[in-house]
Design a protein around this ligand. Structure first.
Ligand code: ATP
Ligand code: MG
Length: 407
């Protein structure tokens, strides 16, 4: 019998529910990951107990998704999601189930899940509950819909994108029938909210297999959710961009910036905004794209200081990481100069060399006191001084700078 080792709090929750006369299992992604010997992201619990029962039994709970039957139980500051067995009602528009029906039958709950590998449940008492041969598909490394793929994608088009993202996460293939249905119904992804799409794309890009993007493109999925992939494909650049992504560490900003590397700052901003990304992500990715496309490698230490200032110290390290992957793909190697820049950057930061206005040994007040500057001229003068100091660090002393100004 398959045995899964679960965290003690999870085992405890299941135990308590069982002692109160209910069924309870871990379910979905955590069962899949545990069988694959991967550390699950979270441990979801499914139970025959109704949400009000769960709330009665446990002291500290939060109504996270009470309308869908989900209650979060808090134990030692960690939340565990407990969801009542449910059947999703008719899907009205391929978007939301019209209503949610609770059921007393675990298998009914497993039936509503997207893929066979995500539709297994487990507890120590009954072992693995695997109605749809999720184990077999894990062994064969196949993403397959539970039931008829056309029906399942009609119910919820997001599953089309999820199929590719799980294939990318796990390095699996998509079952032929599932793939066919995905291609046929890909246009219905239009109906899905950008937030849900963003989540799945993000998980796909942060996986070991961003090359699944190519598959997503071939299946007609990206046309609906990531037009940039189609632009790249038309220009024969998609494979290269995927190589660039693969060269990057699994970092959200680096991988999203890779996608837009052949566009420009504005287009990156617009595309990420349309996908409802947060302003921070939009800002960082578009600045990386812009820097890579508009700047040359700094040729000496003074230029590195200016480069840090102009690109922004906040993203400079990320930018260097991006360049590493990018140059590796573009030039089949990173240049010696690139490595020097990395060292110089570290050294500049460690030595606290002046690369910002706030490190300048003189400020706006000082300039006003000279009686020579007012209004915007103050900022302009400070900027000029900063550039002089970045060129010649030894100038960064109050007296010297004042002297320079008075001259
Ligand atoms: P991850 O480790 O990436 O979080 P996961 O399998 O836990 O993967 P979630 O999106 O967290 O994926 O969903 C949890 C479970 O809920 C899935 O394993 C699946 O059983 C079910 N599920 C989630 N989304 C859907 C959907 N759109 N249609 C059907 N079942 C779904
Ligand atoms: Mg999950």
């Amino acid at each position: 019998m398959t045995k899964i080792k679960m965290p003690k709090n999870v085992a405890m929750i299941i135990n308590i529910l069982q002692k109160n006369g209910y069924e309870a299992y871990i379910v979905g992604g955590c069962v899949r990951d545990a069988i694959l010997n991967k550390e699950p992201n979270d441990w979801d619990i499914t139970t025959s107990a109704l949400p009000e029962d769960v709330k009665r039994i446990f002291h500290k709970t939060i109504d996270t998704g009470i309308q869908h039957g989900t209650v979060t139980v808090m134990i030692e500051k960690t939340g565990y999601e407990i969801t009542t067995y449910r059947i999703d009602g008719e899907y009205e528009d391929g978007r939301h189930p019209k209503d949610v029906l609770f059921t007393r039958n675990l298998v009914e709950d497993l039936k509503r899940r997207d893929f066979t590998i995500n539709a297994m449940a487990y507890n120590d008492k009954d072992g693995l509950v695997d109605e749809f041969d999720g184990i077999g598909d894990l062994e064969r490394k196949i993403i397959r819909c539970v039931g008829n793929p056309m029906d399942r994608f009609h119910e919820d088009a997001l599953r089309i994108l999820r199929a590719v993202r799980f294939a990318a996460n796990l390095g699996f293939d998509i079952d032929e029938d599932t793939k066919k249905a995905a291609a046929e119904l890909a246009p219905t992804l239009k109906k899905i909210s950008k937030e849900r799409i963003q989540t799945e794309l993000d998980k796909m890009f942060l996986s070991d297999h961003p090359e699944m993007l190519e598959e997503a493109c071939n299946l007609g999925i990206t046309r609906e959710v990531l037009a940039e992939a189609n632009h790249l494909k038309e220009q024969d650049k998609l494979t290269e961009v995927i190589e660039i992504m693969n060269q990057m560490e699994k970092n959200h900003y680096l991988r999203w910036a890779s996608v837009y590397i052949y566009s420009d700052k504005t287009r990156t901003q617009e595309a990420l905004k349309a996908l409802k990304f947060d302003n921070h992500t939009i800002d960082i990715c578009s600045r990386i794209v812009n820097a890579v496309n508009t700047r040359k490698l700094p040729q000496n230490r003074a230029e590195v200081r200016k480069d840090i200032y102009e690109v922004g110290q906040d993203i400079y390290e990320l930018y260097l990481k991006f360049l590493r992957g990018y140059l590796t793909v573009k030039n089949a190697d990173i240049s010696e100069r690139y490595c020097q820049i990395c060292e110089e950057y570290q050294d500049i930061i460690e030595k606290g060399e002046c690369i910002s206005l706030k490190q300048l040994c003189i400020n706006g007040k000082d300039l006003i006191q000279t009686g020579m500057f007012r209004g915007t001229a103050i900022g302009e003068e400070l900027n000029k001084l900063l550039y002089m100091v970045m060129e010649q660090p030894e100038l960064n002393q109050r007296e010297k700078l004042l002297e320079l100004i008075l001259k």
